[in-house]
Design a protein around this ligand. Sequence first.
Ligand code: ZN
Length: 203
Amino acid sequence: MTAPASGPVPASFLPDAEGWVPAARRVPSPNFDERPAGMPVDLVVLHNISLPPGQFGSGDIEAFFQNRLDPDRHPFFATIHQVQVSAHFLVRRDGELVQFVPCGKRAWHAGQSDFFGRGRCNDFSVGIEIEGSDDLPFTAAQYATTATLVKALRAALPVQAIAGHSDIAPGRKTDPGPHFDWDRFARLADVPQNLLPFRPPHS
Ligand SMILES: [Zn+2]
């Protein structure tokens, strides 16, 4: 399901009691575990991913997050097919929303990371992968879906910040990359400046 470009949060984007979003196509990943008891989920982390690198729409991201990536399909896959990772969400190029892990569980998306002195960002974050690369613009449909999802997450969770993977793992990660337009996203998602601690204030 894709999202409207603006307006109120559609009920279908609000996570249910477990943290599944009804608007998302559900592709369950085994790559998750429990969040620490009582820890508020107060960070959203934005990523980009493409598999094979630079190619879109293959279905390989879903296979990767379900530990069924075919190592013979691409040379790169042979190097990563045994890596167990996931994210809560994927926003595909056409804006379709896919969910792998319910928001109440700890998805394995950030790896070694630090948010202003707090390590283990997977413990307290929701991870959103946007299908793309560091070299290409994202689509209007992706901005719309990502913005609607973040609005819904803010309505459901005590989100205090939205960060890029590169912000919490600098030197190790570069996503969502230079083509992710944070201002455009913030406008669409009605995200105030104080929730974007890594972005310079608007002039
Ligand atoms: Zn990432």
